[in-house]
Design a protein around this ligand. Sequence first.
Ligand SMILES: Cc1cc2nc3c(=O)[nH]c(=O)nc-3n(C[C@H](O)[C@H](O)[C@H](O)COP(=O)(O)OP(=O)(O)OC[C@H]3O[C@@H](n4cnc5c(N)ncnc54)[C@H](O)[C@@H]3O)c2cc1C
Length: 452
Amino acid sequence: MVKRRSFIKTAGVIAAGTLLAPSHAFGNRKKKRVIILGAGLAGLTAAYRLQQLGYGVSIVESKGRLGGRVLTYRPDPEQPLTVEMGGEWIGSSHHHMRKLVEDVGLKLVDHTFQNHLLFKAEHFRPGNWDLSDKGKASLRSLVEKYNSLKPDQRILIDKTDWWRYLRNSGFESRDLDLQELMDSNEYGESIRQVSALMALGNHNNYGAKMEMDYRIEGGNQRLIDELAERIGWENIHLNQPVTRVRQNPGGVRVFTYNGTLFEADKVICALPVLAIRKIDWDPGFSDDKKEALNSLQYSRITKTAFLFKERFWRDDQFGLLSDVHAHYIYHATRGQSGTHGVLMSHSIGDNAQVLGGASEAYRIKILNQALDPLFGPVDKSLLKQSTLDWSRDPIVMGAVALYGPGQVTSVMPELKQDMHNVHFCGEHLGDWQGFMEGAVQSAYDVAEQIVI
Ligand SMILES: Cc1cc2nc3c(=O)[nH]c(=O)nc-3n(C[C@H](O)[C@H](O)[C@H](O)COP(=O)(O)OP(=O)(O)OC[C@H]3O[C@@H](n4cnc5c(N)ncnc54)[C@H](O)[C@@H]3O)c2cc1C
């Protein structure tokens, strides 16, 4: 990293003594260096892997904290409870993620739930609701075909949304509504907005619990901390929003809002698309890349952690899927000792917007609307509520990337394309897109690609 007062002057940015001295001169060093934009799970994993492969790394992060959309929260000043406000479940099929957790010496704990259903004002206990036999058989037969799809068939299926694809394949009334409730919980928006190819691919890989299997003991943020320790804090630069990336024949220069300049051989960009678009890229992106960056949407998820004095729901694995605003409510402190407990509401799409913008009193009404049929009014033992509406996050402006009809086979390949010495990774480019697994796998892939 190089101190450049002249740059600061031209950029009109006040340098507050933040710049570090260079450890090497540009173009005159042996160890190859890579700058990683973004200290989310993808950026940290890419840095960790590159270091193992003998590269020097610098991570440049805009916020004052690591982890991006992995965010473990301690809601209770009295009891040491942790809940996840961002990425939560690790699936049994999430092999890269599971291996990484193991490599850094952390443990996974069971995070499965027994889900009640509240549907059209009727309450069904766990085990007493499901798709019809016909619906289950239809889904199975659709999914079985996934692996043998030819490229032109994939393109055709991609053009359809998941709701219509199910409808065209014979899904009807209650089955279609239930599938919408279950799958939209995962995507963060109605399945009418999801590419059928994306959904089919996911269903093809799902385990029994739709990859809602585990969580890291003590909180997912521990993985972030462990990665940072291994990478070395001297290689991580917080509070440094990247504003400009300039490629030269000999390497890449990265400028931050604070007036710091980083130089390296290559850059890995591990940012969500809205963040990529805010940066001034020199040379600029092709028209196709610009269009791809402009067309990918992110879904809306609002999580609200309701901290209760007592765990009146009694079942440690309590979960409730519903067709009311709260959408999915579950015991987020499952498996953690203490008398207090947290019920998390995970609402999506328009409902996420309602929860995100609501007053505390209205959120309690929404909670009661879902829980009253099971427990009666629950607000008496409520100690506190904390909400995070990801659509209001100034960086991501959403929760996870949402590939709509036609986009898996067109937008995703375009976004994956590197640009000279700039390479891309992140949740939106993973095979398990929308999951931490996707962030980790895409980071491993891009690190290997650089080495070749
Ligand atoms: C509500 C919610 C629930 C989820 N649930 C699950 C789940 O149950 N299971 C699961 O596996 N996944 C889940 N996910 C998805 C998972 O959290 C993400 O896939 C993953 O954390 C994304 O990691 P990333 O590194 O690709 O992106 P991010 O975490 O978004 O990291 C990007 C980083 O780049 C930084 N940045 C942005 N702009 C700049 C800039 N200009 N300069 C420098 N730095 C910048 C950001 O501050 C951020 O730290 C959930 C996500 C949300 C929001």
